[in-house]
Ligand binder design. Sequence first.
Ligand SMILES: N[C@@H](CCC(=O)N[C@@H](CS)C(=O)NCC(=O)O)C(=O)O
Length: 214
Amino acid sequence: MRLYTYWRSSAAFRVRIALHCKGLAFESVPKHLLRDGGEQRRADYLALNPQGLVPALGHDGAVIPQSLAILEYLEEVHPEPPLLPRSPVERAQVRAMALGIACDIHPLNNLCVLNYLRGPLGQDDAAVAAWYRHWVETGFVALEQLIGRHSADGRHCFGASVTLADVCLVPQVFNARRFAVDLAPFPRLAAVSAHLESLPAFAAARPEVQPDAE
Ligand SMILES: N[C@@H](CCC(=O)N[C@@H](CS)C(=O)NCC(=O)O)C(=O)O
């Protein structure tokens, strides 16, 4: 498997966690998101992923973009250990937590969105940081409640084993820390993240240990 990735990308971080959880070997193909206007926008990468975003997964002659599509694909082709519960309602609840991060927090704070605020919309760094924190905090308020409802052990978002919700949570927490979001109002979420970060699969996927880390 080839993972088109960038060390600091939260979406690529999700996929790295899942690959490590499932014990799958992969080759990292770094795409530097900032150098020379962004390697993700070069023609050779756009030919693979017309959206010009990382991650994308190359496997069996196919290229799969979008981290959640990749996570679901990995779950289907390598079901062990499972990252989704068995019952349909529980699977839906885990997906809802993962999507709350991947669809309702992360896209609002993507590099191209922040650059659009700074550039064409003329916002300064303080306004951009306020925007960032607002959307993370809004999402985390809901997630804190959902973890209270669904975590069985205070160490996982749902139940008592790693799920796709955890796979999405930790990269978002890393990102939030980078932008100095205060996690004190989210004690359950912070405790879950602290536990997950201590697990080998999560530790191996963290940004600073990737081959392209700066
Ligand atoms: N919904 C996409 C989001 C992917 C995404 O936003 N990737 C970011 C890095 S985390 C990116 O490639 N940004 C480059 C850019 O904005 O130009 C996914 O989950 O894969």
